[in-house]
Design a protein around this ligand. Structure first.
Ligand SMILES: Nc1ncnc2c1ncn2[C@@H]1O[C@H](COP(=O)(O)OP(=O)(O)O)[C@@H](O)[C@H]1O
Ligand SMILES: [Mg+2]
Length: 391
């Protein structure tokens, strides 16, 4: 099963492109589901049919749904979140860990991920297209499975031990939380691990939608870096609302500005393809208009074709030790921060942080330096004799 995620800045045409791609794939015989995780719910508007929180048939072989963050779920998740926070405070957790807690997600993101997992696991589809919320929320969503896994692996066992130790004392003053809560968090953890596996599978890719305008392009550049940091494969860009050439000086002015932006995008994205979609005379709404949109965009090519990209994360060996190489396209050295924390490498790029669990060979090495080369962060690890001798 193929999974395609569409993201980008608000209003650039994510929903339109996602819906059009799904419609074209379905018309070519793939059993397709398009699922929107954006609370703005414009998928129904794009198809001009009512949609709900369960898959609804739009065309033969094409189903669509909008994930609905139910209030009940939101409430129960908030309880878990409040409880965990309280627990950490009582246990006097240090600042770094408390800071990590802020990555605990909102209900909508969790629900959207679990719903994606449920639909993907149904085995009913050849293709699942995800119409994501604007970039910021999407990055939070995509960072979530790994961040929460880290949290449950590292912080949670300590809290659980701490709670066990103080239970006799606590029971006199307060109701001690049930073990059921721990089980619930454990289950959520397992499910999010599956979501992460689904999102980072070799058959999953992200497509970035943009309009050729300076502000949008600047954000798209940062998004390319952040998606790679979190380990997501981007396999193409869509430049939408591209103006035609025109005699009209006003339109011609805009078109010239756009083509300058497009040149930047192509240079930055290379070797990824940048597909173009013209500014239509009207909104591409309804199945006919969406199919026409997709046919212009993809032509005779397969809309689900996965463009081969380099390995996102690789470990190489050389005479002096090891090199860990992480794809970070368009990153600037001044925005990158590295820290070693036990068995993890903490990589921060322009405010986005990833905790990378180090492969075992690297755990007994010291970080000896780092460079940015050809869109990759290359970190040198050298064996620490003291650590190797202990064995
Ligand atoms: N190529 C296009 N030409 C004309 N209108 C477009 C085009 N692409 C999208 N639109 C319109 O622009 C608006 C925003 O598109 P939408 O797909 O909802 O963006 P997003 O999901 O990124 O917020 C919608 O009204 C849509 O119909
Ligand atoms: Mg949308």
């Amino acid at each position: 099963m193929r999974v395609l995620l569409f993201t980008g800045k608000g209003g650039v045409g994510k929903t339109t492109t996602a819906a059009a791609t799904a419609a074209l794939a379905a018309s070519r015989g793939l059993k397709t589901l398009v699922l929107s995780t954006d609370p703005a719910h414009s998928l129904a508007d794009a198809f001009a049919v009512p949609l709900g929180p369960e898959p609804t048939a739009v065309e033969s072989g094409l189903l669509a749904m909008q994930v609905d963050a139910q209030l009940a779920f939101e409430q129960s998740w908030r309880d878990v979140q409040d409880y965990l926070r309280g627990l950490l405070e009582r246990a006097g957790v240090d600042a770094l860990q408390a800071d990590e807690l802020t990555v605990l997600p909102g209900a909508e993101e969790v629900l959207a991920l679990l719903e994606l997992r449920r639909q993907a696991a149904s085995g009913l589809y050849d293709l699942v297209v995800v119409d994501c919320a604007p970039t910021g929320e999407t990055l939070r969503l995509l960072a979530l499975p790994e961040a929460l896994t880290w949290y449950v692996d590292k912080v949670f066992p300590a809290q659980r031990r701490a709670l066990k130790a103080v239970r006799p004392l606590l029971s006199r003053v307060a109701t001690v939380p049930e073990d059921g809560l721990f089980e619930a968090v454990g289950r959520l953890h397992a499910e999010l691990c599956e979501v992460r596996a689904l999102l980072t599978a070799p058959t999953t890719s992200v497509r970035l939608v943009l309009t050729p305008e300076a502000v949008v392009v600047a954000e798209a550049r940062r998004t390319l870096t952040s998606l790679a940091l979190y380990g997501y494969r981007v396999d193409g860009l869509v430049a939408n609302r591209v103006l035609p050439t025109s005699e009209d000086p006003w339109v011609a002015g805009w078109a010239a500005a756009q083509s300058a932006q497009l040149a930047t995008v192509r240079a930055d994205a290379a070797p990824l393809p940048v597909l173009e979609s013209p500014y239509a005379a009207g909104e591409p709404v309804g199945i006919e208009a969406l199919l026409a949109f997709a046919e212009t965009l993809y032509g005779d090519t397969d809309p689900t074709a996965l463009v081969e990209t380099g390995e996102l994360l690789a470990v190489l060996r050389d005479a002096d030790g090891f090199l860990l190489s992480l794809s970070l396209p368009l990153a600037r050295l001044e925005d990158v921060d590295l820290a070693r924390s036990g068995d993890e490498l903490v990589v921060t790029v322009a405010g986005h942080r990833r905790l990378l669990a180090l492969p075992s060979a690297l755990r007994r090495c010291d970080v000896a330096g780092a460079r940015l080369v050809d869109g990759r962060l290359v970190v040198r690890f050298e064996p620490d004799p003291a650590q190797w001798r202990q064995l």
